[in-house]
Design a protein around this ligand. Structure first.
Ligand SMILES: [Zn+2]
Length: 480
């Protein structure tokens, strides 16, 4: 196929790459997705440029980083959104394609409706709508528009918390006992009563089991359920006889943590969150694969435009991946990921080493401001080796600094701005504690602890000078 005039983006929220068979999982979570990866191809080292959900989807659809488009976390609003390139659906709509969105993202990130002719949010609420309902909406849309030139964005939420929504038949396929070796040891929580309290509060609030083995088995049941619904969705392409003309890109906005290194949900830049599946599928493709080069979400933007025969617009930092698919060309030398969600963190990955900078890290006292990991030996990033690799750490720090100077070109580093204000998502900590009457902390003490942490971060970024507890109390909570 020279040029595709039907493009379907399948987003599976919260899908951790190594929980798919094709990415090496030892549980049978993804027979259909594995088949797609086999018939098409997949990128082994694809990283989001921004996490979590709002910033990830914004960067994906705009082909630009949050540092540039203005969306870096949960606190950003419509007025912060200033893309330098037209969002992908707008590009397709402007070229005569019918554009459809089957997602309830408009409830959280309303700026992402730009360019869509039809918007169908399954369940009519944020994070609502089961995989079955998403597929039904998408199939209905395809029946109406599948014979036009189209760009369709279909978004499944199921692997996201709460984890127990898959039908019973899928839950029965996975047993907690099979995860005893792969589940995290939770040692960090035993050494940090604050972290343990927030962890317990979050799990009690969301009705989620605390044992990682149980969480992982339920999480996998939701992937398996979504996998079968994606198969059902593909059935529509065949029924309409358009499967040979359609390009499909399957991806996730971020992964998930189950307690590793003191994290749960998806609030960091570490590999288990920022390394995401990316699969390209076309019925008659003859692509290379799997592709081991580093790539990032924002590279999909120029790639699908190219594959649809539409000219590339300015303003994207994405790299066209078509040469890589065809067996030539290179990926990226390094990847950079940012997050603003319960921590403020940036990760720089190159040659299988990761430098992680965390200027703001409330409660997580086990994390140093700069950490260094060997991703080949330690893909879960449990062992900071910065002391034994001092020279390399310095080299990576300088490289990251150069990268930032080039990229920002004098403009403000939005992560620093957010660090001074207090990062997004901290209200969940407070909610988690107040929702749990068994916990012995009151809100005032809790906020004081945060102010301590803000003070440290503010000092670190040099924007505010807070050196005593009195200063911190006068400074006041940042998250009101
Ligand atoms: Zn998400």
């Amino acid at each position: 196929m020279d040029e595709y005039n039907k493009v379907m983006m399948v987003a599976v929220d919260t899908l951790r790459a190594n929980h798919l068979g094709c990415y090496g999982h030892d549980q049978e979570t993804s027979p259909f997705i594995d088949q797609l990866a086999d018939e098409g191809t997949y990128f082994e080292k694809c990283y989001a440029s921004d996490v979590p959900t709002p910033s990830s989807f914004t960067s994906f659809l705009c082909g630009s980083r949050g540092l540039e488009n203005g969306i870096i976390g949960f606190n950003d609003e419509w007025s912060d959104f200033r893309p330098t390139s037209r969002p992908l659906p707008e590009r397709f709509a402007g070229s005569g394609y019918r554009t459809g969105m089957i997602s309830n993202l408009p409830y959280s990130t309303p700026w992402l409706i730009r360019g869509f002719h039809d918007i169908h949010p399954p369940g009519l609420a944020f994070q609502a709508g089961s995989a079955t309902e998403v597929t039904e909406e998408a199939r209905r849309w395809l029946r109406n528009h599948g014979n036009d030139n189209f760009f369709l964005f279909v978004h499944y939420w199921d692997p996201h918390v709460p984890y127990d929504l898959a039908p019973e038949e899928y839950k029965e396929m996975f047993s907690p006992g099979d995860y005893s070796e792969s589940s995290p040891d939770m040692e960090v929580f035993e050494e940090n009563e604050w972290l343990k309290a927030v962890y317990k509060g979050h799990h009690s609030k969301t009705g989620t089991p605390e044992k990682p083995e149980k969480v992982m088995s339920l999480y996998d049941s939701e992937i398996r359920y979504t996998d079968s619904e994606i198969e059902n969705l593909f059935g529509a392409l065949q029924e309409l006889g358009i499967d040979e003309e359609t390009l499909v890109v399957l991806f996730s906005d971020h992964g998930e943590a189950f307690g590793e290194y003191g994290f749960w949900d998806h609030h960091s830049c570490y590999n288990n969150i920022s390394r995401v599946p990316l699969i390209f599928w076309s019925r008659d493709s003859n692509w290379e694969g799997p592709i081991e080069e580093y790539v990032q979400h924002l590279d999909v933007y120029p790639t699908v435009l190219k594959m649809a025969g539409l000219s590339r617009t300015g303003g994207t930092d994405g790299k066209n991946l078509l040469p890589l698919l065809e067996g030539s060309g290179n990926g990226r030398e390094e990847v950079v990921v940012n997050t603003d969600s319960t921590v403020i963190q940036r990760m720089y990955v190159k040659n299988d080493y990761a430098l992680v900078h965390t200027p703001l890290r409330p409660i997580r006292k086990h994390i140093d401001e700069f950490e260094f990991f060997d991703l080949e030996e330690d893909p879960d990033q449990l062992k900071d080796i910065s002391e034994e690799k001092e020279g390399l750490v310095e080299k990576y720090r300088l490289e990251l600094q150069d990268w930032l100077s080039d990229y920002l070109d004098g403009s403000l580093d939005l992560l620093h701005k957010s660090a001074v204000k207090g990062c997004s998502g901290l209200n969940w900590y407070q909610e988690a504690l107040s929702e749990n009457p068994d916990l012995a902390f009151d809100d005032k003490e809790f906020m004081r602890e945060f102010i301590n942490q803000y003070g440290e971060a503010a000092w670190l970024v040099g924007e505010e000078r807070i050196t005593s507890k009195e200063d911190m109390e006068a400074y006041g909570p940042r998250n009101e």
